[in-house]
Design a protein around this ligand. Structure first.
Ligand SMILES: [Zn+2]
Length: 246
């Protein structure tokens, strides 16, 4: 074991291992995704049991090992208790964590990715905008941060700046002229085009600050759903649970 380090982050997942221990996956600002073993965390009265729950945001003390860390404690700044008390919010929060556990690389820190997770959990807690809108904002932005930014500011086929439809085959938006020739073009209202551009161009702290009309949401839902499924072909457990709720 090397020396003790203090890392800031959010717990993405917490899994039982052996009889009394937990394997904890933490998204940290300094080192990206890391795995830590919390020995005895499942024993009654363990000081680690509350600290090692998913969504917890804080500073974690860890001993660095060869291929994993050993959990030594933590100061939690946010437990996101309002999210944990609401089964639908838990599903959405877990879904965001699952995506990041899947996409993030061990050892590479990224403050933006941690920040978007934090603000998504905050948005689930505040309940000002609908959960399914928070989901679509998160998905579109996280793909952009992961290097798969949707082409939305000029036609993905010809480069013309006036865009009017989504085409999955071109990974983005296309202009009115190209729309006529692209087989899978899905026409969009101007407000939907603007919403997509807003999400892609806004700083992370402005992302969860707007609401949209139902018909605009329906288009955004279709576009981001199609785009996300094209880039991430994985079944997420939390979405399966979510679909059984309604
Ligand atoms: Zn075009």
């Amino acid at each position: 074991m090397k020396e003790k380090v203090e890392l800031n982050g959010i717990i993405l997942g917490s899994y039982p291992v052996r009889d009394y221990d937990k394997r904890v996956v933490i998204l940290t600002k300094e080192r990206g995704k890391i795995t830590a073993f919390a020995n005895g965390a499942r024993k009654m009265n363990s000081s680690f049991s509350g600290i090692t729950e998913p969504f917890n945001y804080g500073t974690f003390s860890l001993y660095e090992g060869y291929d994993a860390y050993r959990f030594a404690g933590g100061d939690i700044n946010e437990y996101f208790q309002e999210v944990k008390n609401d089964i639908e919010a838990i599903c959405y929060g877990s879904y965001f964590c699952e995506i990041l556990e899947y996409l993030c690389v061990e050892g590479i820190g990224d403050a933006d990715v941690l920040n978007i997770l934090y603000l998504s959990l905050k948005a689930l807690e505040k309940k000002i905008i609908p959960n399914n809108l928070i989901r679509r904002i998160f998905e579109l932005k996280i793909l952009a941060l992961d290097g798969e930014m949707m082409a939305a500011f000029s036609c993905a086929k010809c480069g013309e700046t006036n865009v009017s439809a989504f085409a999955a085959s071109y990974n983005g938006l296309v202009c009115p002229e190209c729309e006529k020739y692209v087989a899978d073009a899905y026409p969009l209202q101007e407000s939907t085009v603007y919403t997509i551009q807003y999400i892609l161009s806004s700083p992370i702290n402005k992302l969860f600050s707007f609401n949209i009309k139902n018909d605009v949401f329906d288009e955004l839902d279709h576009v981001v759903g199609t785009y996300f499924a094209k880039h991430i072909s994985k079944n997420f457990k939390s979405l399966e649970i979510l679909s059984t709720l309604s």
